[in-house]
Unconditional design. Structure first.
Length: 115
C-alpha cells in the first residue's frame, strides 16, 4: 500500500523560504516520477512541480524560478525547496506519484505565507 507523508510546512513571511519533504513507502520509489501538488482554500488541487525517474523537472509557471524539486532515491524522499514565498503560495502541499493513480493522498503539509 502506498504511503506518503509530507512535512516541513509552517508559517513564513513573504520572501522567506521553506523546504518540504515527502517520505514515500509501499512502492519502488526510484521507478516512479513524483509530483508536488497544492490546494489553495476554495480551489482545486493543482500540480506545481514534477520530477521524473532520472531527475528531469518541470514547474508550473507560478512557481518557476522560485521552487526547486529534488529527490533522494536512497531515502525514498522527494523535496520541494521554496524560495521567495508569496502570500498566494499559501496552501496545503501534497506529493504523489502520478504513475500510481490509485495511491491515496497523504495528509499534506500546510504552508502559510503571511506577515
Amino acid at each position: 500500500q502506498v504511503q506518503l507523508v509530507e512535512s516541513g510546512g509552517g508559517l513564513v513571511q513573504p520572501g522567506g523560504s521553506l523546504r518540504l519533504s515527502c517520505a514515500a513507502a509501499g512502492f519502488t520509489f526510484s521507478n516512479f516520477s513524483m509530483t508536488w501538488y497544492r490546494q489553495i482554500l476554495g480551489k482545486e488541487r493543482e500540480s506545481v512541480a514534477y520530477i521524473n525517474q532520472i531527475g528531469s523537472t518541470m514547474y508550473a509557471d507560478s512557481v518557476k524560478d522560485r521552487f526547486t524539486i529534488s529527490r533522494d532515491n536512497a531515502k525514498s524522499t522527494v523535496y520541494l525547496q521554496m524560495n521567495n514565498l508569496r502570500p498566494e503560495d499559501t496552501a496545503v502541499y501534497y506529493c504523489k506519484p502520478p504513475g500510481i493513480p490509485t495511491a491515496d493522498w497523504g495528509q499534506g503539509t500546510q504552508v502559510t505565507v503571511s506577515s
